[in-house]
Design a protein around this ligand. Structure first.
Ligand SMILES: Nc1nc2c(ncn2[C@@H]2O[C@H](COP(=O)(O)OP(=O)(O)O)[C@@H](O)[C@H]2O)c(=O)[nH]1
Ligand SMILES: [Mg+2]
Length: 434
């Protein structure tokens, strides 16, 4: 069993400016919990406003609109989806905010296929400064225009990613050359360096990847990296999961949570990252809930702002897909009754979280908080250590801290069980859980 101290530890802290840190510290040193909590609320509100703008470029017909729809979890025919299969005629940039999380916007940039294409002019016209990073899509080999654009983006200090779309077509074209047993069909046709006698999908993918990377290297890109994707099951198949992970690794720490929030949980890694980022904010939320508008809870030796806690628990459920709507959608995707998925969930769903649920959870946490008084909140993080002594006067902080931390962990465990259940008996399982 974990030690008492471990229960109250946080793994890391969110990105907070020195100014904000000093303000909270000063307020706590003066014993002004209200001022510290107000500042915590302000930091949290600002975090929710962080915008992420992702530019998607490439030649006309390369799959930009389809990629944007896939990233937004929409089918091409669904309302609000980017129109696919249309010829681009203008230099317009079209914004596509995420349907449930409008702070993340994907931008469909104009095509880069024209002969008079000039990277510097193009980047100026599409408002280069607006974007956090660029995705350059091609459905075949990357062209000179794509390579020069990438160089111009890099020269101006931003990340770009080469994405090779429509890989499903390549795979099915190649598969057609083999019989049902996976043996090369054509009589007398010999296996070559890129085509083996027995069908091997990994080898097919590696060959496409290498071909694209070689071509880009010849066009002057140093150590190019190409991600193979297909619009269907984008985040689960081919290089989709690796691409999402790479975006995440490259994003500055203050933007990671904004990117992660709307991301569908398609792997244990996404789940782990969501939990990790949310965990960083637990202490700020606890502090915020003990502030000015905290009211005593009848029958409990604590005063908290239950509205903040209700919102936080709902946010955890929503981020982990523990809502009626998400579960319904997942059930349809994997063709299983939603009841089966719900059966493995132990925490309340987003729609069920009310003030009463929070009070019940507070009652459970209070025992733990009393056994683990705040001075036990040992952390190597000096900043957190600083807030302990003034807050130790109140039981509220450790109580809400425990409540949020435990609920977050439980919701993450539920999400893992749901995903496991959803994938039970499907072929995607081995791919996802490696
Ligand atoms: N099979 C397959 N077709 C795709 C994929 N991505 C796009 N397409 C098709 O390619 C065509 C052009 O795609 P679109 O997204 O409109 O490209 P855009 O002009 O770059 O925005 C459309 O008919 C899409 O349905 C994919 O991953 N697989
Ligand atoms: Mg388009």
């Amino acid at each position: 069993m974990a030690s008492a101290e471990a229960h109250l530890e946080v793994e890391a802290l969110p990105h907070i400016s020195d100014g904000d840190t000093n303000e909270i510290r000063a307020a706590l040193e003066e014993g002004d919990l209200t001022a510290a909590a107000t500042k915590a609320q302000e930091i949290l509100a600002n975090e929710e406003q962080i915008q992420l703008h992702i530019a998607v470029t490439g030649e006309s017909g390369s799959g930009k609109s389809s990629f944007i729809n896939a990233m937004r979890g929409l089918q091409d025919h669904e309302e609000g989806a980017a129109e696919t299969g249309v010829t681009e005629t203008t230099m317009e940039c079209s914004p596509y905010p995420h349907p449930q999380h409008s702070h993340v916007t994907f931008w469909h940039l104009p095509g880069i296929g024209t002969p008079d294409f000039r990277p510097a002019t193009y980047l100026k016209e599409v408002h280069f400064d607006r974007y956090d990073f660029f995705i350059i899509i091609s459905s075949s080999r990357f062209t000179y225009n794509a390579a020069t654009l990438a160089e111009a983006i890099q020269a101006q200090g931003k990340h770009f990613y080469f994405v090779r779309s429509k890989v499903d077509q390549d795979v099915s074209n190649e598969r057609r050359l083999y019989d049902e047993e996976g043996v090369l069909k054509a009589k007398g046709k010999k296996a070559t360096e890129t085509r083996s006698q027995r069908y091997d999908e990994m080898a097919v993918l590696a060959s496409i990847r290498q071909d694209c990377e070689r071509k880009l290297a010849r066009l002057g890109i140093r150590s190019p990296q190409v991600f193979l994707v297909c619009r269907d099951d984008f985040s689960m198949k081919y290089d989709g999961p690796r691409l999402l992970q790479t975006f995440l690794d490259d994003l500055p720490s203050e933007k990671k949570l904004s990117f992660l929030r709307p991301l569908a949980i398609t792997s244990r890694e996404v789940l782990r990252q969501k939990k990790k980022e949310l965990m960083k904010y637990v202490w700020l939320k606890s502090l915020a809930s003990c502030g000015a508008s905290a009211v005593p809870i009848p029958g409990l030796s604590t005063a908290v702002n239950t509205a903040i806690l209700v919102t936080s628990l709902k946010e955890y459920c929503w981020t982990f897909g523990l809502t009626e709507e998400s579960l319904q959608k997942l059930a349809e995707q994997v063709n299983k009754p939603v009841k089966e998925l719900k059966a493995v969930i132990k925490t309340p769903l987003e729609d069920e979280i009310t003030k009463d649920v929070v009070i019940k959870l507070l009652t459970q946490s209070i025992g733990g908080a009393e056994k683990n008084p705040p001075f036990l909140l040992k952390s190597t993080l000096t900043f957190l250590a600083l807030i302990i002594s003034p807050v130790s006067a109140a039981i509220s902080f450790p109580t809400t801290f425990l409540l949020l931390k435990n609920f977050l962990s439980d919701a993450a465990d539920d999400a893992e069980r749901v995903l496991q259940k959803a994938l039970e008996g499907t072929t995607q399982k081995s791919h996802l859980w490696n």
